[in-house]
Design a protein around this ligand. Structure first.
Ligand code: 5GP
Ligand code: MG
Length: 188
């Protein structure tokens, strides 16, 4: 017999910013927006891992177009809530994206540095087009100008975890997005 979905309290969170059900609804509508924009065209999705893993997995299932998936790994935040400067590519793309319609996915647009570096790198490979979709956008935090084509939610300037977003590699598996309690923001 199927067991009911367990309900879960989040003792690690100061507050839930975006509930699981709201994420599900928004991801579904992002999928529809994206399908409308691309028509019947095949899409090459590039996910910035690890943060975009859960978002990518859910969004791809809302898109009916033929899809190819590649991942790129970037290091920028190192085990804390502060940026460590210039993002570096630590795992490169493997698919050929020349003349392909590329949809770049990330969990969150913050200073804009990561997506600006990755977009430049993709453009150098001469895709047919490049669009960017992020689940979250902290507009007030930009250090370099960058706008995404599709944004799931605009959020305030708070360090958030859950649904792929981590603190020191933890909390990615929370099904909602929330603000971590200050006492949990310690390493170890
Ligand atoms: P940016 O280069 O735009 O400053 O930052 C992008 C990356 O920083 C995101 O892909 C994400 O990994 C990380 N990041 C930015 N803000 C947050 C946040 O509030 N929580 C978490 N967990 N990661 C964040
Ligand atoms: Mg990230």
């Amino acid at each position: 017999m199927p067991s009911p979905r367990r309900t879960r309290a989040y003792p690690e969170l100061e507050r839930v910013l975006i509930a699981e059900s709201a994420i599900r609804r928004r991801v579904r509508s992002l999928g529809r927006e994206i399908m409308t924009a691309y028509g019947d065209e095949p899409i090459t999705v590039i996910a910035i891992i690890n943060g975009a893993i859960l978002f990518t997995a859910d969004l791809l299932r809302e898109i009916d177009n033929p899809v190819r998936l590649d991942c790129i790994r970037i290091s920028s935040y190192r085990n804390n809530t502060k940026s460590s400067g210039r993002p570096r590519v630590i795992q490169a793309l493997t698919l050929d994206i020349k003349d392909r319609h590329v949809l770049l996915l990330d969990d969150i647009l913050d200073t804009g540095r990561t997506l600006s570096v990755v977009s430049k790198l993709i453009r150098k490979k001469r895709p047919a087009s490049l669009r960017v979709c992020v689940l979250l956008d902290k507009k007030g935090r930009r250090e370099v100008p960058f706008d995404a084509d599709y944004v799931g939610f605009s959020i305030p300037n708070k360090f958030v975890v859950g649904y792929g977003l981590d603190f020191a590699e933890r909390y990615r598996n929370l099904p909602c997005i929330g603000v971590l309690k200050p006492e949990r923001q310690v390493l170890g």
